[in-house]
Design a protein around this ligand. Sequence first.
Ligand code: FAD
Length: 432
Amino acid sequence: MGRAFVYVILGGGVAAGYAALEFARRGGYSRGELCIISEEAVAPYERPALSKGYLLPEGAARLPGFHTCVGANDELLTTKWYKEQGIELVLGTKVISADVRRKTLLTATGETISYKTLIIATGARALKLQEFGIQGSDASNICYLRNIDDADKLVNAMKSCPGGNAVVIGGGYIGMECAAALVTNKIRVTMVFPEKHCMGRLFTEKIAEYYEDYYTSRGVTFVKGTVLTSFERDTTGKVTAVILKDGRHLPADMVVVGIGIRANTSLFEGQLVMSVENGGIKVNGQLQTSDSSVYAVGDVAAFPIKLFDGDIRRLEHVDSARRTARHAVASILEPSKTRDIDYLPFFYSRVFTLSWQFYGDNVGEVVHFGVFTSSSPRFGAYWVNKGRIAGAFLEGGSRDEYEAISVAVRRKAKVANMAELEKQGLAFAIQE
Ligand code: FAD
Protein backbone atom coordinates (compact mmCIF):
# COMPACT_ATOMS: atom_id res chain seq x y z
CA MET A 1 0.00 0.00 0.00
CA GLY A 2 1.42 3.39 -0.87
CA ARG A 3 0.94 6.91 -2.15
CA ALA A 4 3.33 9.21 -3.97
CA PHE A 5 3.58 12.98 -3.58
CA VAL A 6 5.92 15.57 -4.98
CA TYR A 7 6.08 17.47 -1.71
CA VAL A 8 5.57 15.99 1.75
CA ILE A 9 5.53 18.04 4.94
CA LEU A 10 6.18 15.68 7.84
CA GLY A 11 4.57 17.06 11.00
CA GLY A 12 1.39 19.10 11.28
CA GLY A 13 2.28 21.90 13.68
CA VAL A 14 3.01 25.59 13.36
CA ALA A 15 5.71 25.27 10.72
CA ALA A 16 3.57 22.93 8.58
CA GLY A 17 0.69 25.42 8.51
CA TYR A 18 2.90 28.32 7.47
CA ALA A 19 4.66 26.17 4.86
CA ALA A 20 1.27 25.20 3.39
CA LEU A 21 0.20 28.83 3.12
CA GLU A 22 3.46 29.72 1.41
CA PHE A 23 3.00 26.87 -1.09
CA ALA A 24 -0.55 28.05 -1.80
CA ARG A 25 0.52 31.69 -2.23
CA ARG A 26 3.35 30.79 -4.57
CA GLY A 27 1.20 28.24 -6.42
CA GLY A 28 4.16 25.96 -6.82
CA TYR A 29 2.28 22.64 -6.91
CA SER A 30 -0.69 20.98 -8.58
CA ARG A 31 -3.67 19.50 -6.75
CA GLY A 32 -2.75 16.28 -5.00
CA GLU A 33 0.99 16.85 -5.20
CA LEU A 34 1.43 18.17 -1.66
CA CYS A 35 0.55 16.49 1.62
CA ILE A 36 0.97 17.08 5.35
CA ILE A 37 1.36 14.02 7.55
CA SER A 38 0.60 14.61 11.21
CA GLU A 39 0.29 12.46 14.26
CA GLU A 40 -2.25 14.97 15.54
CA ALA A 41 -5.89 14.55 14.61
CA VAL A 42 -6.43 18.19 13.67
CA ALA A 43 -5.07 20.56 11.03
CA PRO A 44 -2.08 22.73 12.04
CA TYR A 45 -2.80 25.24 14.79
CA GLU A 46 -1.05 28.00 16.69
CA ARG A 47 0.57 25.98 19.49
CA PRO A 48 1.24 28.96 21.82
CA ALA A 49 -2.54 29.34 22.24
CA LEU A 50 -2.51 26.13 24.32
CA SER A 51 -0.95 27.83 27.34
CA LYS A 52 -2.79 31.12 26.85
CA GLY A 53 -6.32 31.37 25.39
CA TYR A 54 -7.03 27.62 25.64
CA LEU A 55 -6.74 27.57 29.44
CA LEU A 56 -8.92 30.60 30.18
CA PRO A 57 -11.84 29.91 32.55
CA GLU A 58 -14.16 31.92 30.30
CA GLY A 59 -14.18 32.57 26.58
CA ALA A 60 -11.46 29.97 26.07
CA ALA A 61 -9.93 29.60 22.60
CA ARG A 62 -11.06 26.47 20.76
CA LEU A 63 -10.49 25.12 17.29
CA PRO A 64 -11.15 26.03 14.57
CA GLY A 65 -10.50 29.53 15.98
CA PHE A 66 -6.74 29.18 16.32
CA HIS A 67 -5.62 27.17 13.34
CA THR A 68 -2.56 28.62 11.65
CA CYS A 69 -1.99 31.26 10.43
CA VAL A 70 -4.08 33.56 12.66
CA GLY A 71 -1.15 34.05 15.03
CA ALA A 72 0.55 36.14 12.37
CA ASN A 73 -2.74 37.96 11.60
CA ASP A 74 -3.00 35.93 8.44
CA GLU A 75 -5.55 33.55 6.93
CA LEU A 76 -7.28 30.92 9.09
CA LEU A 77 -6.45 27.60 7.46
CA THR A 78 -9.30 25.21 8.27
CA THR A 79 -9.57 21.69 6.84
CA LYS A 80 -11.85 23.22 4.20
CA TRP A 81 -9.03 25.52 3.12
CA TYR A 82 -6.63 22.58 2.63
CA LYS A 83 -9.28 20.81 0.57
CA GLU A 84 -9.86 23.88 -1.58
CA GLN A 85 -6.13 24.24 -2.11
CA GLY A 86 -5.73 20.58 -3.11
CA ILE A 87 -3.43 19.90 -0.15
CA GLU A 88 -3.87 16.43 1.32
CA LEU A 89 -4.08 16.27 5.11
CA VAL A 90 -3.00 12.87 6.40
CA LEU A 91 -4.01 13.34 10.03
CA GLY A 92 -3.84 11.07 13.07
CA THR A 93 -0.97 9.28 11.34
CA LYS A 94 2.41 8.73 12.91
CA VAL A 95 5.44 8.14 10.69
CA ILE A 96 7.46 5.36 12.27
CA SER A 97 10.42 5.20 9.92
CA ALA A 98 12.01 7.14 7.10
CA ASP A 99 14.29 6.06 4.28
CA VAL A 100 16.03 9.13 2.94
CA ARG A 101 17.87 7.26 0.20
CA ARG A 102 14.64 5.75 -1.15
CA LYS A 103 12.63 8.92 -0.37
CA THR A 104 9.95 7.06 1.53
CA LEU A 105 8.16 7.31 4.85
CA LEU A 106 6.43 4.42 6.57
CA THR A 107 3.35 5.19 8.68
CA ALA A 108 2.11 3.32 11.75
CA THR A 109 -0.85 2.20 9.64
CA GLY A 110 1.55 0.38 7.32
CA GLU A 111 1.38 2.83 4.42
CA THR A 112 4.48 3.85 2.48
CA ILE A 113 4.39 7.48 1.37
CA SER A 114 7.01 8.60 -1.12
CA TYR A 115 8.18 12.13 -1.90
CA LYS A 116 10.43 14.01 -4.25
CA THR A 117 11.02 16.75 -1.70
CA LEU A 118 10.50 16.39 2.03
CA ILE A 119 10.09 19.15 4.63
CA ILE A 120 10.71 17.82 8.14
CA ALA A 121 8.56 19.78 10.59
CA THR A 122 8.33 17.29 13.43
CA GLY A 123 8.91 19.90 16.14
CA ALA A 124 9.66 18.70 19.63
CA ARG A 125 8.22 16.66 22.47
CA ALA A 126 7.92 17.45 26.13
CA LEU A 127 10.52 15.76 28.33
CA LYS A 128 8.88 13.31 30.71
CA LEU A 129 9.66 12.76 34.38
CA GLN A 130 10.41 9.08 33.64
CA GLU A 131 13.44 10.24 31.67
CA PHE A 132 14.80 11.55 34.97
CA GLY A 133 14.06 8.31 36.78
CA ILE A 134 10.78 9.46 38.34
CA GLN A 135 7.89 7.07 37.88
CA GLY A 136 4.21 7.78 37.48
CA SER A 137 4.04 10.40 34.75
CA ASP A 138 0.92 8.74 33.44
CA ALA A 139 -1.22 9.49 36.52
CA SER A 140 -4.47 11.16 35.52
CA ASN A 141 -3.62 14.36 37.40
CA ILE A 142 -0.06 14.83 36.08
CA CYS A 143 -0.14 17.11 33.07
CA TYR A 144 2.29 18.12 30.33
CA LEU A 145 1.56 20.68 27.66
CA ARG A 146 2.56 20.19 24.05
CA ASN A 147 -0.59 19.35 22.13
CA ILE A 148 -4.39 19.60 22.24
CA ASP A 149 -4.76 16.27 24.08
CA ASP A 150 -2.39 17.53 26.78
CA ALA A 151 -4.31 20.80 26.98
CA ASP A 152 -7.64 18.97 27.34
CA LYS A 153 -6.18 16.83 30.13
CA LEU A 154 -5.00 19.99 31.87
CA VAL A 155 -8.40 21.67 31.52
CA ASN A 156 -10.12 18.58 32.95
CA ALA A 157 -7.63 18.38 35.82
CA MET A 158 -8.29 22.05 36.66
CA LYS A 159 -12.05 21.49 36.55
CA SER A 160 -11.75 18.50 38.87
CA CYS A 161 -10.17 20.51 41.70
CA PRO A 162 -11.71 23.98 41.97
CA GLY A 163 -9.88 25.99 44.63
CA GLY A 164 -7.37 23.14 45.00
CA ASN A 165 -3.58 22.92 44.96
CA ALA A 166 -1.39 22.59 41.91
CA VAL A 167 2.34 21.99 41.91
CA VAL A 168 4.12 23.24 38.80
CA ILE A 169 7.45 21.56 38.12
CA GLY A 170 9.85 23.73 36.11
CA GLY A 171 10.45 27.46 35.91
CA GLY A 172 10.69 27.90 32.15
CA TYR A 173 8.05 29.49 29.96
CA ILE A 174 5.67 26.51 30.04
CA GLY A 175 5.83 26.49 33.85
CA MET A 176 5.38 30.26 34.08
CA GLU A 177 2.50 30.42 31.61
CA CYS A 178 0.73 27.41 33.14
CA ALA A 179 1.13 28.82 36.65
CA ALA A 180 -0.53 32.05 35.50
CA ALA A 181 -3.36 30.08 33.86
CA LEU A 182 -3.89 28.00 37.01
CA VAL A 183 -4.12 31.13 39.17
CA THR A 184 -6.62 32.62 36.71
CA ASN A 185 -8.63 29.42 37.24
CA LYS A 186 -8.50 30.07 41.01
CA ILE A 187 -6.16 27.19 41.79
CA ARG A 188 -3.40 27.67 44.36
CA VAL A 189 0.03 27.23 42.79
CA THR A 190 3.44 26.23 44.09
CA MET A 191 6.25 26.35 41.55
CA VAL A 192 9.27 24.10 42.07
CA PHE A 193 12.54 24.39 40.17
CA PRO A 194 16.23 23.80 40.87
CA GLU A 195 17.59 27.11 39.59
CA LYS A 196 18.06 30.34 41.52
CA HIS A 197 15.36 32.06 39.55
CA CYS A 198 12.70 31.50 36.91
CA MET A 199 13.38 31.59 33.15
CA GLY A 200 17.05 31.01 33.86
CA ARG A 201 17.99 30.58 30.20
CA LEU A 202 16.89 34.10 29.34
CA PHE A 203 16.06 36.31 32.32
CA THR A 204 18.65 38.12 34.40
CA GLU A 205 18.21 37.85 38.13
CA LYS A 206 16.74 41.36 38.25
CA ILE A 207 14.18 40.65 35.53
CA ALA A 208 13.26 37.31 37.09
CA GLU A 209 12.78 38.98 40.46
CA TYR A 210 10.13 41.27 39.00
CA TYR A 211 8.08 38.35 37.63
CA GLU A 212 8.54 36.26 40.75
CA ASP A 213 7.35 39.18 42.93
CA TYR A 214 4.41 39.71 40.61
CA TYR A 215 3.49 36.01 40.73
CA THR A 216 3.87 36.03 44.52
CA SER A 217 1.45 38.96 44.68
CA ARG A 218 -1.00 36.78 42.73
CA GLY A 219 -0.67 34.01 45.31
CA VAL A 220 2.01 31.80 43.74
CA THR A 221 4.57 30.22 46.09
CA PHE A 222 8.11 29.59 44.81
CA VAL A 223 10.21 26.68 46.01
CA LYS A 224 13.63 27.12 44.42
CA GLY A 225 16.89 25.23 44.52
CA THR A 226 15.34 21.79 44.84
CA VAL A 227 13.72 19.12 42.71
CA LEU A 228 10.95 16.60 42.99
CA THR A 229 11.97 13.05 43.84
CA SER A 230 8.65 11.15 43.98
CA PHE A 231 4.91 11.33 44.49
CA GLU A 232 2.43 10.28 47.13
CA ARG A 233 -0.62 8.62 45.62
CA ASP A 234 -4.08 7.47 46.62
CA THR A 235 -5.45 3.99 45.97
CA THR A 236 -6.54 4.96 42.44
CA GLY A 237 -2.98 6.00 41.54
CA LYS A 238 -3.79 9.70 41.60
CA VAL A 239 -1.06 11.96 42.95
CA THR A 240 -1.90 13.54 46.30
CA ALA A 241 1.45 15.10 47.15
CA VAL A 242 4.81 15.93 45.61
CA ILE A 243 7.87 14.91 47.58
CA LEU A 244 10.94 17.12 47.19
CA LYS A 245 14.61 16.33 47.55
CA ASP A 246 14.82 18.63 50.55
CA GLY A 247 12.23 16.43 52.28
CA ARG A 248 9.22 18.68 51.92
CA HIS A 249 5.81 17.23 51.00
CA LEU A 250 3.65 19.56 48.93
CA PRO A 251 -0.06 18.68 48.81
CA ALA A 252 -1.19 18.40 45.19
CA ASP A 253 -4.57 17.95 43.54
CA MET A 254 -2.78 18.24 40.23
CA VAL A 255 0.75 18.56 38.89
CA VAL A 256 1.92 20.39 35.77
CA VAL A 257 5.33 19.48 34.40
CA GLY A 258 7.33 21.78 32.13
CA ILE A 259 10.92 20.57 32.26
CA GLY A 260 12.00 21.18 28.69
CA ILE A 261 11.64 19.66 25.28
CA ARG A 262 13.61 17.44 22.88
CA ALA A 263 13.55 17.91 19.12
CA ASN A 264 11.92 15.02 17.24
CA THR A 265 14.96 14.00 15.20
CA SER A 266 15.00 10.23 15.78
CA LEU A 267 13.55 9.19 12.38
CA PHE A 268 16.55 10.76 10.66
CA GLU A 269 19.43 9.94 12.96
CA GLY A 270 22.16 8.15 11.02
CA GLN A 271 20.65 9.41 7.74
CA LEU A 272 21.03 13.19 7.95
CA VAL A 273 23.77 15.29 9.52
CA MET A 274 22.74 16.45 12.98
CA SER A 275 23.86 19.40 15.04
CA VAL A 276 24.80 17.46 18.14
CA GLU A 277 25.37 20.52 20.33
CA ASN A 278 21.96 21.95 19.38
CA GLY A 279 20.11 18.63 19.41
CA GLY A 280 18.58 19.20 15.97
CA ILE A 281 18.85 18.45 12.26
CA LYS A 282 21.56 20.62 10.75
CA VAL A 283 20.48 22.73 7.77
CA ASN A 284 22.06 25.45 5.65
CA GLY A 285 20.74 28.97 5.05
CA GLN A 286 18.19 27.52 2.59
CA LEU A 287 16.93 25.19 5.38
CA GLN A 288 18.28 22.27 3.35
CA THR A 289 19.67 19.26 5.20
CA SER A 290 22.69 17.18 4.23
CA ASP A 291 20.38 15.48 1.70
CA SER A 292 19.44 17.98 -1.02
CA SER A 293 15.85 16.64 -1.28
CA VAL A 294 15.18 17.12 2.42
CA TYR A 295 14.55 20.37 4.30
CA ALA A 296 14.01 20.88 8.02
CA VAL A 297 12.18 23.78 9.69
CA GLY A 298 10.86 24.90 13.07
CA ASP A 299 11.87 23.47 16.43
CA VAL A 300 13.66 20.49 14.86
CA ALA A 301 16.02 22.53 12.67
CA ALA A 302 19.43 23.89 13.65
CA PHE A 303 20.16 26.70 11.20
CA PRO A 304 22.81 29.40 10.73
CA ILE A 305 22.01 32.84 12.14
CA LYS A 306 23.70 35.48 9.99
CA LEU A 307 23.39 38.06 12.72
CA PHE A 308 25.46 35.80 14.99
CA ASP A 309 28.14 35.41 12.28
CA GLY A 310 26.64 32.17 11.00
CA ASP A 311 26.50 30.49 14.40
CA ILE A 312 24.18 27.47 14.26
CA ARG A 313 21.16 27.62 16.58
CA ARG A 314 18.03 25.60 17.17
CA LEU A 315 15.26 27.88 18.35
CA GLU A 316 12.19 26.64 20.17
CA HIS A 317 9.96 29.56 19.32
CA VAL A 318 6.97 30.16 17.17
CA ASP A 319 8.27 33.07 15.10
CA SER A 320 11.26 31.02 14.04
CA ALA A 321 8.96 28.11 13.07
CA ARG A 322 6.84 30.41 10.91
CA ARG A 323 9.74 32.09 9.17
CA THR A 324 11.92 29.04 8.59
CA ALA A 325 8.89 27.24 7.13
CA ARG A 326 8.16 30.04 4.67
CA HIS A 327 11.80 30.34 3.77
CA ALA A 328 12.16 26.63 3.06
CA VAL A 329 9.22 26.74 0.66
CA ALA A 330 10.73 29.75 -1.12
CA SER A 331 14.05 27.88 -1.34
CA ILE A 332 12.32 24.81 -2.78
CA LEU A 333 10.20 26.63 -5.34
CA GLU A 334 12.57 29.43 -6.33
CA PRO A 335 16.07 28.35 -5.36
CA SER A 336 17.89 30.84 -7.59
CA LYS A 337 15.91 33.80 -6.21
CA THR A 338 16.09 32.82 -2.54
CA ARG A 339 18.98 34.04 -0.47
CA ASP A 340 20.11 32.45 2.76
CA ILE A 341 17.80 33.13 5.67
CA ASP A 342 18.71 36.19 7.72
CA TYR A 343 16.74 35.65 10.90
CA LEU A 344 16.56 37.87 13.94
CA PRO A 345 15.77 35.56 16.90
CA PHE A 346 12.58 36.71 18.61
CA PHE A 347 10.83 35.29 21.67
CA TYR A 348 7.79 36.53 23.55
CA SER A 349 5.46 35.58 26.34
CA ARG A 350 2.19 36.86 27.78
CA VAL A 351 1.07 36.13 31.34
CA PHE A 352 -1.67 37.78 33.41
CA THR A 353 -1.65 41.35 32.11
CA LEU A 354 2.10 41.24 31.50
CA SER A 355 3.76 40.87 28.13
CA TRP A 356 7.40 40.83 27.05
CA GLN A 357 9.48 40.50 23.94
CA PHE A 358 13.13 39.60 23.45
CA TYR A 359 15.29 39.99 20.36
CA GLY A 360 18.77 38.71 19.58
CA ASP A 361 21.14 36.91 21.90
CA ASN A 362 21.55 37.21 25.66
CA VAL A 363 25.33 37.41 25.64
CA GLY A 364 27.65 40.07 27.05
CA GLU A 365 27.24 42.67 29.73
CA VAL A 366 23.71 43.55 30.83
CA VAL A 367 22.29 47.03 31.29
CA HIS A 368 18.81 47.30 32.81
CA PHE A 369 16.50 50.23 32.32
CA GLY A 370 13.03 51.46 33.29
CA VAL A 371 10.92 51.05 36.40
CA PHE A 372 10.82 47.56 37.89
CA THR A 373 8.39 48.30 40.71
CA SER A 374 5.25 49.45 38.97
CA SER A 375 2.13 47.30 38.63
CA SER A 376 1.89 48.51 35.01
CA PRO A 377 5.56 48.03 34.25
CA ARG A 378 7.71 49.23 31.37
CA PHE A 379 11.25 48.00 31.84
CA GLY A 380 13.91 46.09 30.02
CA ALA A 381 17.51 45.25 29.41
CA TYR A 382 20.18 45.41 26.76
CA TRP A 383 22.92 42.81 26.35
CA VAL A 384 26.08 44.49 25.09
CA ASN A 385 28.74 42.36 23.44
CA LYS A 386 32.01 43.77 22.07
CA GLY A 387 30.66 47.32 22.30
CA ARG A 388 27.44 46.56 20.40
CA ILE A 389 23.84 45.68 21.27
CA ALA A 390 23.50 41.89 21.00
CA GLY A 391 20.11 41.43 22.64
CA ALA A 392 17.23 43.46 24.04
CA PHE A 393 14.32 42.65 26.34
CA LEU A 394 11.27 44.81 26.98
CA GLU A 395 8.24 44.35 29.22
CA GLY A 396 5.11 46.40 28.61
CA GLY A 397 6.29 48.13 25.45
CA SER A 398 4.20 49.63 22.69
CA ARG A 399 4.38 48.31 19.13
CA ASP A 400 6.77 51.09 18.16
CA GLU A 401 8.99 50.46 21.18
CA TYR A 402 9.28 46.75 20.43
CA GLU A 403 10.07 47.64 16.85
CA ALA A 404 12.75 50.07 18.08
CA ILE A 405 14.55 47.47 20.23
CA SER A 406 14.40 44.94 17.41
CA VAL A 407 16.00 47.44 15.03
CA ALA A 408 18.75 48.24 17.55
CA VAL A 409 19.57 44.53 17.80
CA ARG A 410 19.32 43.97 14.06
CA ARG A 411 21.72 46.90 13.45
CA LYS A 412 24.01 45.82 16.30
CA ALA A 413 23.85 49.41 17.51
CA LYS A 414 27.17 50.72 18.79
CA VAL A 415 27.41 51.47 22.51
CA ALA A 416 30.04 54.06 23.33
CA ASN A 417 29.28 54.37 27.01
CA MET A 418 27.50 51.85 29.27
CA ALA A 419 26.53 54.45 31.87
CA GLU A 420 25.00 56.61 29.15
CA LEU A 421 23.11 53.58 27.77
CA GLU A 422 21.68 52.91 31.21
CA LYS A 423 20.64 56.56 31.56
CA GLN A 424 19.00 56.63 28.14
CA GLY A 425 17.30 53.27 28.55
CA LEU A 426 14.57 52.74 25.98
CA ALA A 427 15.31 56.16 24.44
CA PHE A 428 18.60 54.72 23.16
CA ALA A 429 16.74 52.31 20.87
CA ILE A 430 14.10 54.85 19.89
CA GLN A 431 16.74 57.41 18.85
CA GLU A 432 18.74 54.84 16.91
P1 FAD B 1 5.23 21.71 16.41
O1 FAD B 1 4.30 22.87 16.39
O2 FAD B 1 5.51 21.05 17.70
O3 FAD B 1 4.67 20.62 15.39
C1 FAD B 1 5.27 19.37 15.22
C2 FAD B 1 4.25 18.45 14.59
O4 FAD B 1 4.88 17.27 14.14
C3 FAD B 1 3.16 17.99 15.55
O5 FAD B 1 1.92 18.06 14.89
C4 FAD B 1 3.54 16.54 15.84
O6 FAD B 1 2.43 15.73 16.18
C5 FAD B 1 4.10 16.15 14.49
N1 FAD B 1 4.97 14.96 14.50
C6 FAD B 1 6.12 14.79 15.19
N2 FAD B 1 6.65 13.58 14.93
C7 FAD B 1 5.82 12.99 14.04
C8 FAD B 1 5.81 11.73 13.39
N3 FAD B 1 6.78 10.82 13.59
N4 FAD B 1 4.78 11.43 12.55
C9 FAD B 1 3.79 12.33 12.32
N5 FAD B 1 3.75 13.55 12.91
C10 FAD B 1 4.75 13.86 13.76
N6 FAD B 1 6.84 30.07 21.32
C11 FAD B 1 6.95 31.43 21.40
O7 FAD B 1 7.79 32.02 20.72
N7 FAD B 1 6.15 32.14 22.25
C12 FAD B 1 5.22 31.54 23.03
O8 FAD B 1 4.51 32.20 23.79
C13 FAD B 1 5.09 30.13 22.96
N8 FAD B 1 4.18 29.48 23.71
C14 FAD B 1 4.10 28.12 23.67
C15 FAD B 1 3.18 27.48 24.47
C16 FAD B 1 3.08 26.09 24.45
C17 FAD B 1 2.08 25.42 25.33
C18 FAD B 1 3.93 25.33 23.62
C19 FAD B 1 3.85 23.83 23.62
C20 FAD B 1 4.85 25.97 22.81
C21 FAD B 1 4.93 27.37 22.81
N9 FAD B 1 5.84 28.04 22.00
C22 FAD B 1 5.94 29.42 22.08
C23 FAD B 1 6.73 27.30 21.09
C24 FAD B 1 6.11 27.13 19.71
O9 FAD B 1 4.79 26.66 19.81
C25 FAD B 1 6.96 26.17 18.91
O10 FAD B 1 8.21 26.79 18.71
C26 FAD B 1 6.32 25.81 17.56
O11 FAD B 1 5.12 25.14 17.74
C27 FAD B 1 7.27 24.97 16.72
O12 FAD B 1 6.64 24.62 15.53
P2 FAD B 1 6.99 23.26 14.77
O13 FAD B 1 6.05 23.19 13.62
O14 FAD B 1 8.44 23.19 14.55
O15 FAD B 1 6.63 22.11 15.80
